[in-house]
Design a binder for this molecule. Structure first.
Ligand SMILES: Nc1nc2c(ncn2[C@@H]2O[C@H](COP(=O)(O)OP(=O)(O)O)[C@@H](O)[C@H]2O)c(=O)[nH]1
Ligand SMILES: [Mg+2]
Length: 205
């Protein structure tokens, strides 16, 4: 079609704009949001991992007093993560913030002393058995894997005696470190699958 006159050109422009408006994709559908609670002892790496996932610098992070809420974006979901401070005087209030949670992230320092690991194990066991959390998906991150003293995820699995507790539940245990964000994102992608209830397989521990 040859377009010669000015009004023809104008009409052509209008038609092509209408065509684009009809054919071009509108805004992407909203991503589902999940409220999750993030617990673990002080120094485990909760704030650092969450900041890195939000593309923020983790250099000037101090111990979390009280709690800290972050909307952490992923390609197919947004996690509203409530990080609860891990200090002794705060831990006893953790359960007050469990209500409404749809999933649990538990972070531990795989390179910590045996005593600290024992405390972390007891905290994880209490969370796994807590009435408000026991039916929810868990992501357990054996963090600080870049430290030479770190126990492997398999060693943590045995030490934490997760197998009997994990049977038939939707839990994932993965190694992590702040210097391998790709692996951390992959662990969260699996966790989001559990939150979406896509993965009906029992625990991957
Ligand atoms: N090398 C190493 N250091 C980490 C890792 N995760 C956290 N840290 C450091 O451990 C300290 C405590 O981290 P933080 O995120 O505040 O722990 P939180 O108390 O669980 O929130 C900080 O100095 C972090 O830089 C990790 O995977 N590897
Ligand atoms: Mg913190």
């Amino acid at each position: 079609v040859s377009i010669t006159s000015c009004s023809d050109k104008f009409l052509y422009l209008k038609i092509s704009l209408c065509f684009r408006a009809l054919c071009c994709k509108g805004p992407p559908p909203p991503r589902p949001e999940y409220d999750v609670v993030c617990i673990g002892l002080t120094g485990a790496g909760k704030s650092s991992l969450l900041s890195r996932l939000c593309s923020e610098s983790s250099d000037d992070i101090g111990p979390t007093t009280g709690f800290n809420i972050k909307a952490v974006p992923f390609p197919n979901a947004i996690l509203n993560v409530k990080e609860l401070g891990g200090a002794d005087n705060i831990k006893k209030y953790w359960c007050r913030y469990y209500q409404g949670s749809q999933g649990v992230i538990f972070v531990l320092d795989s390179a910590s002393s045996n005593e600290d690991l024992e405390v972390a194990r007891n905290e994880l066991h209490s969370a796994l058995q807590h009435p408000q959390l026991c039916t929810l998906p868990f992501l357990i991150l054996a963090n600080h894997q870049d430290n030479r003293a770190a126990r492997t995820p398999n060693q943590i699995k045995k030490y934490f005696e997760l197998e009997p507790l994990a049977r038939g539940k939707r839990w994932i245990l993965e190694g992590s470190s702040t210097d391998n964000l790709v692996a951390v994102k992959e662990s969260f992608a699996q966790f989001i699958n559990l939150l979406e209830d896509k993965d009906t397989e029992p625990a991957r521990i």
